[in-house]
Design a protein around this ligand. Sequence first.
Ligand SMILES: O=c1nc2n(C[C@H](O)[C@H](O)[C@H](O)CO)c3cc(O)ccc3cc-2c(=O)[nH]1
Ligand SMILES: C[C@H]1O[C@@H](n2cnc3c(N)ncnc32)[C@H](O)[C@@H]1O
Ligand code: MET
Ligand code: SF4
Length: 325
Amino acid sequence: MSSEARTITYSPSFTVVPTHECFNRCGYCNFRAEAGSDWLTPEAARQLLEPLRRTGVCEILVLSGEVHPRDRRRGDWFSMIESLCAVALELGFLPHTNCGILSFAEMRALQQVNCSMGLMLEIESDRLLESVHRHAPSKIPALRVEQLAWAGELGIPFTTGLLLGIGETWAEREATLQTIARLQERYGHIQEVILQPHRPGGAQHWSGEALGEAELLETVRLARSILPAEITLQIPPNLVVDLLPFLEAGVRDLGGIGPVDVVNPDYAHPLVARLRGNLQEAGWKLKERLPVYPHLYGRVPTALRQTLRTHLQSFLDSPILRKKK
Ligand SMILES: O=c1nc2n(C[C@H](O)[C@H](O)[C@H](O)CO)c3cc(O)ccc3cc-2c(=O)[nH]1
Ligand SMILES: C[C@H]1O[C@@H](n2cnc3c(N)ncnc32)[C@H](O)[C@@H]1O
Ligand code: MET
Ligand code: SF4
């Protein structure tokens, strides 16, 4: 393999949670809280983000619980997320938002203040609406497929993925991957697919077990055989013991790495320096990337382009990327 092929990327990121409040109750969720839990104000967001300037963080990952589209507080919830992204941008960061199901107008509005966005397809199976997704209307597969198509129509660089080990069959995994491949063929906006193994935490209702690594590895191989080559496969490094077999099977990205994984708070992210060292010993080079992949830079709103260029320049200037003399 050429040295170029032995590169694996990650995004230096920091996660901000507008609210843990969510009207869905996914059986596997360790993140959600009941209505009435705190919402983040733009002032609090500014205080949180200000100290992160010039620390190497590029991406602000906005991950949120959801307020029902027909709830009278939906407008306020949406405005909170929009202003949070605006604050992040103003401070020189690049937002990537995954706040669940959006109306077409909401998605278009968030596009203006995000360099990419995301929504996990999870598993395209109506059967799961009787188990883990029984109380989660946002997880109706047809709704989520429509969201991915809307993002495509709007030309938003997009991250999606599968949540694995939630009671799905191999046929359902395959069908989910095929749907993503079909959407990509039509719109070309999907930059990466996360293969997210279910990991149990203290707060979830459902008592399912963790997905085994051998099965995850098999799924990576399946994904690589179904998805077009321009879609990067991502595995969260804090949810597997040994990354190397996954890299051999075609994983080329580790996603956002920051102080905490708010979705799986019991699983600490590895330290980047340590990860870099371990990967280097195995012949892999760990490299920073922005929340948008290079072939989609052209789809980033013009108002965000200067910030994009600034971060790219700082990558080029950083000592670890400087060429050996
Ligand atoms: O640290 C995490 N980052 C998560 N991310 C962050 C992701 O790794 C990066 O934001 C993207 O690679 C963009 O840079 C998600 C992004 C999405 O669009 C959709 C789902 C996730 C899920 C997680 C997650 O569980 N934990
Ligand atoms: C943000 C994304 O996090 C994933 N997610 C939610 N709960 C868990 C869990 N216990 N283990 C792994 N991933 C999870 C879902 O796929 C969601 O879409
Ligand atoms: C912890 S999940 C955060 C994103 C959103 N609520 C979803 O499930 O798609
Ligand atoms: S996974 Fe997302 S949609 Fe489901 S309960 Fe948790 S926060 Fe809500």
